[in-house]
Design a protein around this ligand. Structure first.
Ligand SMILES: C[S@@+](CC[C@H](N)C(=O)[O-])C[C@H]1O[C@@H](n2cnc3c(N)ncnc32)[C@H](O)[C@@H]1O
Length: 402
């Protein structure tokens, strides 16, 4: 049978793990700091007491030269950082990517500008027509912090306020371009450390070598949320970059938006998930007339029913064909294009299990095409799909597709 059980992490569309093999680390001593690695400060480490497991060491590593001197500071276990070191030292942004990054670079080539959006602070607006699938901007992180430091709102977690305060002060001190970070939006007032607030309000979920973390990409963080967005943030583990990619054509003057939450939920679920950002969503879908919103909710709920229905063992091959057609039509009406790779992957698996490898190949190819646009091309999702496609191709050549 096919190997891929892993879909993108539904809650964390940016999940991925870098492919580099870790440098050797002796975890009983301070992490090594050889001169050939890119860090410009000695690591600053602390052991966090975890009630259920052994203590875990976390260190701040910083590079002032990263990303044209804007700098990077990360707070992760040293073993995870070891796996990232070669990625960080190898980053040479392409010129077309740098256009959107460096203050001094060709500003006029940028297809967007920042403006004030009533009730939403700053937002990003297109200055020319942007074509579907075009990369709008590519950014690199300023800060990466392990999720150990972000228990869910209201939960205690393993790190004391004093420990966090000390670590965040140190992290902030080491950030090369502080303004790039401190000018970002905040949502929690003075109740928490300014860095915690900025990260909670602006960072993207990512998985690095199996550890969940939050990455702060200050340029893309200016994009506001919409429940039916026209762009998508794609993480690439190989370059540690995050790109905003257009999911449809965007006209000049149109605001460029991304979804902060997994796409495809009905209104009530969306608002529950968005509560983490402390704002009432005023996007076009949430402010649509009640009738239109209810119709969209009904379609979205039906998509979810079909999705699970198709996976029921009792579903026959004929039912699967009918359900697939209806499912794809609804997903198109709701414009869930960024999820389509994930949906097609499930269809590939189902048709394969029902003994139709030719249909499985059709959906597998489509899954990979969308996966390479909307998820990490070197991440688990695409890697797993490539392996599965080899199995499907082999079965077709052995059986002639019967
Ligand atoms: C990642 S920031 C986006 C950029 C931000 N507007 C700024 O001024 O830098 C997230 C914050 O923007 C605002 N925001 C984003 N999307 C919104 C929406 N759909 N409706 C209302 N406020 C929104 C909220 O204040 C939220 O906490």
């Amino acid at each position: 049978s096919l190997q891929t059980q892993c879909r993108h992490d539904a809650v964390n569309p940016l999940a991925s793990s870098p492919t580099q093999s870790p440098l050797e680390i002796d975890s009983t001593t301070r992490p090594p700091f050889p001169p050939n690695i890119p860090w410009t400060h000695p690591p600053f480490c602390t052991a966090i007491n975890n009630e259920n497991k052994d203590d875990q060491e976390f260190c701040i590593f910083s590079s002032n030269s990263f990303n044209l001197g804007t700098g990077l500071s990360i707070l992760l276990p040293p073993e995870t950082v070891a796996g990232l070191t070669s990625t960080i030292s190898n980053i040479k942004p392409h010129w077309d990517e740098r256009v959107h990054l460096a203050k001094e670079a060709h500003n006029s080539d940028r297809p967007y500008t920042l403006i004030k959006i009533p009730g939403q602070g700053t937002g990003v607006v297109a200055t020319r027509k942007i074509k579907q699938f075009e990369t709008i901007m590519t950014g690199f992180p300023a800060v990466i912090i392990d999720n150990e430091f972000f228990p869910e709102d209201g939960k205690a977690g393993n790190v004391s306020d004093e420990e966090k305060e000390e670590l965040y002060d140190e992290l902030l001190e080491r950030i090369g371009d502080k303004e790039r970070v401190l000018s970002l939006a905040r949502s929690r007032g003075d109740k928490v450390h300014v860095l915690e607030d900025v990260v909670r309000t602006n960072a993207f979920g990512m998985t690095l070598d199996g550890r969940k973390a939050k990455g702060l990409f200050p340029e893309i963080a200016r994009m506001n949320h919409a429940c039916d967005p026209n762009a998508y943030a794609q993480f690439r583990s190989r370059t540690l970059s995050l790109s905003a990619v257009a999911t449809r054509d965007i006209m000049p003057g149109e605001e460029i938006t991304i979804s902060y939450i997994p796409i495809g939920m009905s209104t009530a679920y969306r608002h529950k998930h968005l509560s983490n950002w402390h704002f009432n969503c005023t996007c076009a879908l949430c402010s649509a007339p009640e009738q239109a919103r209810e119709a969209s909710d009904a379609r979205r709920e039906h998509i979810i029913e079909l999705f699970y229905g198709m996976q029921e063992p009792s579903t026959t091959y004929e039912d699967l064909i009918e359900m697939t057609k209806e499912f794809i039509e609804l997903a198109q009406v709701e414009r869930l294009i960024t999820k389509i790779g994930e949906y097609y992957q499930v269809l590939m698996k189902l048709f394969y299990e029902k003994g139709d490898p030719v249909a499985a190949r059709k959906y597998g190819k489509a899954a990979l095409m969308f996966g390479e646009i909307f998820s990490d091309p070197d991440g688990e999702f695409c890697e797993g799909l490539r392996e599965d496609m080899e199995i499907v191709e082999r079965v077709i050549s052995e059986t002639g597709g019967q």
